[in-house]
Write a protein that binds this ligand. Sequence first.
Ligand SMILES: O=C(O)CCC(=O)C(=O)O
Length: 211
Amino acid sequence: MTSAYQPSMFDLMSGPAEAVASLTGRLTRHRLTAGAWVDVLPGWLHGSDAVFETLLGIDWRAERRKMYDDVVDVPRLLRWFGPREHLPHPALTAARAELNRHYAEELGEEFVTAGMCLYRDGRDSVAWHGDTLGRSATEDTMVAIVSFGSPRNLVLRPRAGGHETLRFPLGHGDLIVMGGSCQRTWEHAVPKTAKPVGPRVSVQFRPAGVA
Ligand SMILES: O=C(O)CCC(=O)C(=O)O
């Protein structure tokens, strides 16, 4: 058996207009320690096949990073869309609009940037980290992730230790939102896997100044 992504019958029949359903009353909130939380909604986006096909064709960039005395390949491809850039598929613009509608009061500002990662296969990954390069180092915020393609696990653990690692399997069209103090009190990762997985694209919506 392979866990590679397979187009669904529903997705073959639906168009961008039906892609984004209301989030009201549909999210499950997992309250973590230290004021962190995670909201989850499997299968949020319909029409994800078309979005995924589009995302596979964007101008992905390979990066290299300094690690100790070496410079190594980042094990995934990257693309970042700034606040004024058009997103590559209308369903992503609609998804961001619905996230902004739903979280307006709780977040108090808008999701404006979209970071994207392409995990080509199970050898690609992201190591344990929190998104603490910006305001999220000191302020509560939210990072909303929509996942496309092959399922991969997003795992979370508290920086303070003393808690089991939590595992959230993310499949095609699934939404996960990390909120509260999550970026500074917990860490997340997408581990490598030896399973025969196909490509996965992660789209991360963030407010300005959160990275
Ligand atoms: O692939 C994901 O969903 C997570 C990506 C991530 O943690 C990051 O880019 O900071």
